[in-house]
Ligand binder design. Structure first.
Ligand code: ATP
Length: 230
């Protein structure tokens, strides 16, 4: 009898990723083992070039490993084609990148609403969900401002509201605090903790900001394409 495998929310198993550089292959991920759970804030720390973004891309189905496995809710993303990955990304995953990715001519409200429209959420749900998400990130009073009328931290909070609006189960954030001062960065992390608690989702973010690690439920440290004890 074979033992049943415990199913985790997101599992990366012995993942490798190489890129071609001229006629050489550069191995950027060298056998990554990692799990991410719902209701937890997970941080990936490591120097620039250690492979954090490459790993995040595998976890979010933006790219596939050269070898190894990525299981998301017990489904093998490493075996999936582009169409299936696009569907899972659109429905179940939210992304936040370093640059805020807000549309400059739209208000905070309109930016969040746009992501509901893109995700195919029924129009009748837009108002309540937009209000809820902007409230969760503490921007109720500024929801009719355009990005340029908001501070960097406020813009990033709009980006969070936008990324969680369609109720993803997993939120991936690549250096979400890199362009913010330490006070704003701490605020963004407290918003992440509120989102984890209020929505019960999993958040995995990369950061090299030492001051933030203490707020994580789980920290993985990356060195040169490998996970080492944090
Ligand atoms: N598409 C690609 N083609 C070739 N090399 C790549 C590609 N993507 C990433 N790399 C290389 O892989 C290494 C790791 O990059 P990655 O962006 O994952 O690191 P990182 O830890 O996120 O760094 P940073 O903190 O600077 O964003 C780098 O040396 C980078 O040049």
């Amino acid at each position: 009898m074979t033992a049943e495998r415990e199913v985790r929310f997101l599992e990366v198993r012995n993942a490798r990723k190489s890129f071609a550089s001229g006629n050489r292959q550069i191995e950027v991920l060298k056998g990554i083992e990692l799990t991410v759970d719902s209701g937890k804030l997970t941080m990936l720390r490591g120097r620039s070039g250690s492979g954090k973004t490459t790993l995040l891309n595998l976890m979010g189905g933006l790219d596939r490993p050269t070898a190894g496995e990525v299981w998301f809710r017990n489904r093998p993303l490493h075996q999936w084609g582009d169409k299936q990955l696009t569907v899972v990304r659109r429905r179940e995953i939210g992304f936040i990148f370093q640059s805020f990715a807000l549309l400059p001519l739209l208000t905070a409200w309109e930016n969040v609403q746009l992501s509901l429209r893109m995700a195919g959420i029924p129009r009748t749900d837009w108002q309540a969900r937009t209000e809820k998400c902007l409230d969760l990130v503490g921007l109720t009073k500024r929801m009719f401002h355009r990005p340029l009328e908001l501070s960097g931290g406020e813009q990033q909070r709009v980006a969070i509201a936008k990324a969680i609006a369609h109720r993803p189960l997993l939120l991936l954030a690549d250096e979400p605090t890199a362009e913010l001062d330490s006070r704003m960065a701490a605020h963004i992390i407290s918003v992440f903790k509120d989102v984890v608690e209020a929505e019960g989702i999993a958040i995995c973010m990369t950061t090299h900001d030492t001051a933030l690690w203490g707020a994580a439920d789980v920290v993985y440290q990356m060195v040169d394409g490998r996970i080492v004890p944090a």
